[in-house]
Each structure stands twice: as structure tokens, then as C-alpha cells.
Design a binder for this molecule. Structure first.
Ligand code: TRP
Length: 342
């Protein structure tokens, strides 16, 4: 039996190169050695979006992105979180025994409280329960499928640790029911630079989207901040934004050639930007065409997601039954429950 790898992607914001390197690509790679589950975490976006049409549009956009980048729904169980009612059931069960203090310490909530305190507001101003209980919902995603590893970006490390804590507490109370998960984080891509040289992140507004049209991609790259040292001067490639992105998409030989160029000096950043543009086009042009095709076919995306949800529900059913039984809910299969009308 292969071990289980699971990851979710929140359908907010256009996926960018940082998401690609930090989590989309590693998760696609893990699909070779693990039984892989990959889902669109639309319920995690509810506390932020507040517009049904918009959430649905972003969900389709994210599904199209992953399929275009090579996620194979025959190999990976690929689904939309909100199609799995068991996730919500498990979240309620887990919330019942999760210490509030554990969630008080979660980074996103703490940051919101700190910002409120700094500006003299009520500590919980603008904080909804979706934000506060976010880690519990995420623990439910992870624990429902018995995930051993969770490939995520560094920013999600704490969430996986909270899920592990919640699993251990549950097991202490009810016996060994849940698998204690572990985060898999690619250190080498933990901080791909954005266009301003800070870590690429939606919250900094410095991202390079994976699927910009060529002219926009070109403009984004030309806008990357560089220093004003003269071309002749030798430069350290490892301290440069352009090189920091380039090396992830160029071949080994291209990267070494570029490294030598930096160390030698005598080149302009414009030249590197052009080279960066070319490796990114090479990496993503064909996927972009597929992406645009998927976006025009929502019924196809729906079929793929529903088929994935069916597989996902079949996989989680035995564990969910164990959980229900452990906490004292109904016993065994729900054959006697009324089936929903329609
Ligand atoms: N919180 C993750 C993010 O913001 C998305 C996510 C939701 C997730 N549930 C998950 C990731 C379960 C891994 C496993 O990117």
C-alpha cells in the first residue's frame, strides 16, 4: 500500500510562480510515489470571498490551472472540498475537542489580533469564525483521508502541525483512529523572490502569475527590481532576484552558464530579463493554451471534479465510520438513513 499524500489549494488569487514551485509542482511530483489527493479548498475561501459567482469562477480557474499543469485525474483523486460533506462533519467533531488556546496561537489569527491591538481597535475586530477555525477545517481535510504527508509552502507549516496536534489529542481520547500527518516543505523554493525582491506573495502584490498572456508576462519581468550597478561589474548570482527565479526554470547547463556570466560581469540585467522571459514561456506556453481551453468548458471541469469527489468519498467512508463510532455517533454504515430527495 502506498502512503497517502494530500494537498489543498485555496481558490483565491491567480496562481503564481511561488505557488507553482512551493506547492503545485511538489504535489504533482509526490503523486508518483504516493496515493495522492489534491483538492480545491473552496470552503477555506468562504471567510474571504463573500460572493458565490466569484468563488465559483475562481474554483474553475484553479481547477483549470492544475489540469493544465499536468495533474492527471486518473492518477490523483482530484476534487472540490465542498463536494465532500464528510469534511464538514469531521470539522465539527474535531472542533469539539480542540483547545481554543491552540487556535489563539495560529499565525493568521494572531496577526489579525496584533494588527487590531496596534491600531487601538477591539482585538477581534473584523475577525470571523471562518478565520478563527480555519486550522480545524484544514485538520479535517488532512485527517479525513489518513494523510501521511502534506506538501505545502512554508506558510502552511503551522497549520499542518496543528492538524497533527488535533489528531494526537483525538487519538488520546478515543484510541488510534487518526493518522498523524507531517508537512513536506521544499526548503530550496521556500522563498522565490517576487518582482520587488521580497518573497513572492500575493499579499505583497509582487507576484508573477503562471498563466499571464505573453505581453503581460514580458511586462512583469521587465518590471522586476534590479540594482543599479554598472554592467561591467561582476555580481553574485545568489543575491539577485532575476537569477533567483531563473534557476528554477532553466536547465542545469543554462543555469551554470548564467552563473558564470554573473561572476564575470559585463552583461546587462535587460539581457537576463529576456532570458528569464524565454525560459518561462518555454515552461508554460503549452500549458497556458490548455488552461484557456479548460476555462471555456465548465461542464467538463464539473464532470472531472464530481468524478473525483465520488472517489474521495469512497476513500474516506471507512475512516469516517470509525470516527463516528469512536465518538458515539451512529454505528456502521448508514443504510437506514433516509436518502436525500432529488
Ligand atoms: N490553507 C491552505 C492554503 O492556504 C490550503 C489548504 C486547505 C490545504 N486545506 C488544506 C493545504 C489541506 C494542505 C492540506 O494554501
Amino acid at each position: 500500500m502506498k502512503k497517502i499524500s494530500l494537498s489543498g489549494i485555496k481558490p483565491t488569487g491567480t496562481p503564481h510562480l511561488g505557488n507553482y514551485l512551493g506547492m503545485i509542482r511538489p504535489a504533482l511530483e509526490l503523486a508518483k510515489d504516493y496515493q495522492a489527493f489534491y483538492f480545491i479548498a473552496d470552503a477555506h475561501a468562504l471567510n474571504q470571498v463573500g460572493d458565490g459567482g466569484e468563488l465559483r469562477r475562481m474554483t474553475f480557474e484553479t481547477a483549470a490551472t492544475l489540469l493544465a499543469l499536468g495533474l492527471n485525474p486518473e492518477e490523483v483523486t482530484f476534487f472540490r472540498q465542498s463536494d465532500i460533506p464528510e469534511v464538514f462533519e469531521l470539522a465539527v467533531i474535531l472542533a469539539a475537542s480542540t483547545a481554543k488556546g491552540l487556535l489563539n496561537r495560529a499565525h493568521a489569527y494572531k496577526a489579525a489580533v496584533d494588527a487590531n491591538l496596534t491600531s487601538g481597535r477591539d482585538p477581534d475586530a473584523g475577525v470571523n469564525m471562518g478565520l478563527f477555525t480555519y486550522p480545524v477545517l484544514m485538520a479535517a481535510d488532512i485527517l479525513l483521508f489518513g494523510s501521511h504527508v502534506v506538501p505545502v509552502g512554508e506558510d502552511q507549516r503551522q497549520h499542518v502541525e496543528i492538524a497533527a496536534d488535533i489528531a494526537q489529542a483525538f487519538n488520546r481520547a478515543y484510541g488510534e483512529v487518526l493518522v498523524v500527518p507531517e508537512a513536506v516543505i521544499r526548503e530550496e523554493v521556500a522563498g522565490i523572490p517576487g518582482t520587488d525582491g521580497r518573497k513572492m506573495s500575493k499579499s505583497y502584490g509582487n507576484v508573477i502569475p503562471i498563466f499571464s498572456p505573453p505581453d503581460q508576462l514580458h511586462a512583469r519581468i521587465m518590471g522586476i527590481v534590479t540594482d543599479s550597478r554598472p554592467p561591467e561589474e561582476p555580481k553574485n548570482p545568489d543575491q539577485d532576484n532575476l537569477f533567483g527565479i531563473y534557476k528554477h526554470f532553466a536547465t542545469r547547463e543554462e543555469t551554470e552558464a548564467m552563473r558564470r556570466k554573473y561572476l564575470r560581469g559585463g552583461f546587462g540585467y535587460g539581457e537576463v530579463k529576456q532570458a528569464l522571459y524565454e525560459v518561462l514561456e518555454r515552461a508554460f506556453a503549452a500549458a497556458r493554451t490548455r488552461y484557456e481551453g479548460y476555462l471555456l468548458d465548465r461542464p467538463l471541469l464539473d464532470r472531472v471534479l464530481f468524478a473525483g469527489a465520488e472517489k474521495a468519498r469512497a476513500s474516506c467512508a471507512p475512516l469516517m465510520n470509525k470516527v463516528r463510532e469512536a465518538v458515539g455517533f451512529r454505528h456502521g454504515e448508514a443504510t437506514h438513513l433516509p436518502s436525500p430527495a432529488g
